[in-house]
Design a protein around this ligand. Structure first.
Ligand code: MN
Length: 203
């Protein structure tokens, strides 16, 4: 996959079409402690646009506009986390969204393995390396290996969505998936507001 690195924001005037695959890299899993370091975006054309953030520099008007654009569906794997990070750092309500992990849970009921690596292996026959997952994403200069890894996380989301959409239609669960996707921005807001560990639908 081809990688274009941008410091602080997407270039002016760049459009990535109606369906944009997105992933983020952070310093950890706690949105209050661990800052957003990188956002990777792809139109599904083999090019990854990686936006690198310096600490405290989250103005990014072009990226924020795309994330909030109602005409652009943001395609994630485990959207809940990325949406919360965008909300916390970019102060943006990221929607509409599609999440391959939720789609997988609604159709691949024969397994409890819904990691990106598992999905890409089973549905696309591709082996993903997770070697660089735990590395210093806050570094001023990211390594070639880190950037290649970051890009690989958005490289297959369009193809995964196509495969999962077919399965959702086959099982009559497209509407349930859509309802879950619609709720995701509120779920991320609940996470940030103190309900992270609580299932609000539980008894
Ligand atoms: Mn990633």
């Amino acid at each position: 996959m081809k990688i274009k690195l941008h410091k602080g924001d997407l270039p002016d005037g760049l459009s990535l079409g109606p369906l944009v695959a997105i992933d983020t890299e952070t310093l950890g899993l706690n949105p209050y402690r661990d800052r957003l370091c990188l956002a990777q975006l792809s139109a599904g054309d083999g090019v990854c646009h990686a936006v690198q953030f310096a600490a405290g520099e989250y103005a990014a008007p072009n990226l924020r506009r795309m994330l909030a654009d109602p005409a652009v569906t943001k395609l994630f794997h485990f959207a809940r986390f990325d949406i919360a990070m965008f909300r916390r750092y970019l102060k943006v309500d990221c929607k509409p969204v599609y999440c391959t992990k939720i789609a997988s849970k609604l159709v691949r009921t024969y397994t409890d393995r819904h990691g990106l690596k598992d999905l890409v292996r089973e549905l696309l026959g591709i082996e993903l390396s997770k070697e660089q997952q735990s590395s210093d994403w806050g570094a001023a200069e990211l390594t070639e290996k880190q950037l290649a890894y970051a890009a690989s996380d958005v490289a297959h989301l369009h193809a995964l969505k196509t495969a999962l959409d077919t399965m959702l239609a086959r099982e009559g669960r497209t509407h349930l998936a859509q309802a879950c996707f619609n709720f995701l921005p509120a779920r991320a807001e609940l996470d940030l507001a103190g309900w992270e560990e609580i299932d609000i639908f539980a008894h």
